[in-house]
Design a protein around this ligand. Structure first.
Ligand code: MN
Length: 205
């Protein structure tokens, strides 16, 4: 007897974002060593944790944004938040940004809501520098297109408030300690040079 059994099942696995640059390409702003640890160890750890935790829960086969927006505080939320955060984070950088400043709709919104691009950068850097402990500073847009700068504790993300995340600075010490030690403000100010504003602008729907 010849039996052909075809098992078809789909398990949604969370994946590492593919870096659009070499691990050493963001130097001297972010060193290869920091990318190797931050992307290769920290983010890989969050992805692995999430893939181990989600199967068999109500979040199986839900997309990442839905999980971050709706999961109760706890391990799934923490790891999903960090996978979403770091995916947006690593993809917003470029060694030679195609746009070194916002244009179009995003530029208009920044001027409207923060006065100027320079003033936006000042307010954003102040939020990231002043954030107590581990967390993220985010620029996001609400449903009316109004922009917000928020400080998110630990692994949270503005999708928790129904906002669309556009730009995120990671101020966990693992993001900068190898290169800048305690000088978080220096790290934040250096990051502006590698933000690709084309990528950030495309996130504003
Ligand atoms: Mn991080």
């Amino acid at each position: 007897m010849n039996t052909l059994i075809t098992l078809t099942f789909t398990i949604m696995m969370f994946e590492m974002p593919k870096l659009p640059y070499a691990n050493n390409a963001l130097e001297p702003v972010i060193s290869q060593q920091t990318i190797d640890f931050h992307y290769g160890k920290h983010l890989q750890g969050y992805v692995n944790n999430l893939n181990n935790m989600v199967p068999g829960t109500e979040f199986e086969n839900k997309d990442l944004t839905t999980i971050v927006a709706t999961a109760p505080d706890g391990a799934i939320f923490n790891n999903a938040g960090q996978v979403l955060n770091h995916t947006l984070y690593f993809l917003q950088f470029a060694p030679k940004p195609s746009q070194s400043a916002p244009t179009g709709k995003l530029a208009e919104a920044i001027n409207r809501d923060f006065g100027s691009f320079d003033n936006f950068k000042k307010e954003f850097a102040a939020a990231a520098t002043a954030l107590f402990g581990s967390g993220w500073a985010w620029l996001s847009a609400d449903k009316n297109g109004k922009l917000h700068i928020t400080k998110e504790a630990n692994g949270s993300n503005p999708v928790r408030s129904g906002y669309t995340p556009l730009l995120g600075f990671d101020v966990w010490e693992h993001a900068y300690y190898l290169d800048y030690q305690n000088r978080r403000a220096d790290h934040i100010n250096a990051l502006w040079a590698i933000i690709d504003w084309k990528v950030v602008g495309d996130r504003l729907k």
